[in-house]
Write a protein that binds this ligand. Structure first.
Ligand SMILES: C[S@@+](CC[C@H](N)C(=O)[O-])C[C@H]1O[C@@H](n2cnc3c(N)ncnc32)[C@H](O)[C@@H]1O
Length: 298
């Protein structure tokens, strides 16, 4: 969390608990969302560390050619903003622009915000209460576990398209949902995660599909897909070490659902994750990431 911002979490709304506790971790309690990763302090820490590592790995916060517009003053939205670190970094760099972060769960800061930042609790799948063409730049990252393939096609991409004004830009950063590895434990975990995503109707290769989804709207030109390979662990430098940590902590946070899906005891699953983190240093294990952006036609 930024130095001056803080978060106050509200547990109940309209008599309904806003979260569920499973295995000591806090999860959302929203019926139309398949998102299955916690929204507690441990998760916030995971997201903040990874945001910083990816900022270095991709050499900046975005690749769309929006720098000039941001300097002059633009309206920007980040969907599924999590802890809001992307928004806070952007807001500091571009004080003339206005930034909105929205998330299903209120894990973003609520107090001490810069004057050009707003965070709101909204579900992308419900449609967002902003007029068509309200934003110059619509951004979203690391949402592979948030939407089914049908939701990407019928809700998320159409909503991003609707919100982007003509001559504006959309940008997404996504990891694939599987490892490329010659390690046994790694491949078992990777397969289990892929099977779990598939069973929920999610696509572990959604990053590869997004350019086609944008193309199909007929609303964008200059669609780019930059693919980068992260080598996990020390061999991959800071990005590799942080990605290994991000994946290990993330996989651990889903230990109950993933072990049940694999039909093994959670303790057995923990041992497998432990081997994965050691194995990743010994073998070569890679993860693909995709940065996709497109220009809304005028
Ligand atoms: C893996 S986190 C990524 C957060 C942030 N984009 C980042 O890179 O740090 C996914 C985020 O998406 C949010 N999310 C999941 N489904 C959502 C939905 N339907 N609408 C809005 N946010 C959603 C989750 O609450 C979570 O904060």
């Amino acid at each position: 969390m930024g130095c001056c911002c803080s978060r106050r979490f509200i547990a109940e709304e309209d008599g309904k608990m806003k979260f569920r506790i499973i295995d000591g971790r806090r999860f959302h309690n929203i019926s139309n969302s398949e998102y299955f990763i916690p929204n507690d302090d441990e998760e916030a820490d995971r997201l903040i560390r990874y945001h910083d590592a990816m900022k270095g790995f991709w050499e900046g916060l975005f690749h769309s050619p929006v720098e000039e517009k941001l300097r002059q003053g633009a309206r920007v939205i980040d969907l599924g903003c999590g802890t809001g670190t992307w928004i806070l970094d952007m807001a500091k760099q571009y004080p003339n622009s206005m930034f909105v972060g929205i998330d299903l769960s209120q894990i973003f800061p609520t107090e001490g915000l810069p004057s050009n930042v707003e965070f709101v609790e909204y579900n992308v799948l419900d449609g967002l209460p902003y007029e068509d063409s309200s934003f110059d730049f619509v951004h979203q990252k690391i949402m592979i576990a948030a939407f089914t393939e049908v939701q990407w096609e019928e809700r998320v991409i159409p909503e991003m398209t609707r919100l982007t004004r003509p001559d504006g830009w959309v940008e997404l950063l996504e990891s694939d949902g599987y490892f490329i590895s010659d390690g046994n434990a790694t491949n078992r975990i990777s397969k289990a995660f892929q099977n779990f995503l598939t069973s929920k109707g999610m696509n572990c290769k959604i990053g590869e599909e997004i350019p086609r989804l944008l193309e199909n709207t007929n609303a964008f030109s200059e669609i780019k897909n930059k693919k980068k390979v992260i080598v996990l662990g020390k061999k991959g430098g800071k990005a590799g070490q942080e990605t290994l940590r991000f994946c290990t902590v993330g996989i651990n946070s889903c230990r109950i659902i993933l072990s049940a899906d694999m039909n093994i005891m959670p303790e057995h699953f923990d041992a497998l994750v432990e081997i994965f983190s050691i194995e990743a240093e010994k073998t070569t294990t890679c993860l693909n990431q995709h940065r996709i952006y497109g220009h809304k036609k005028i």
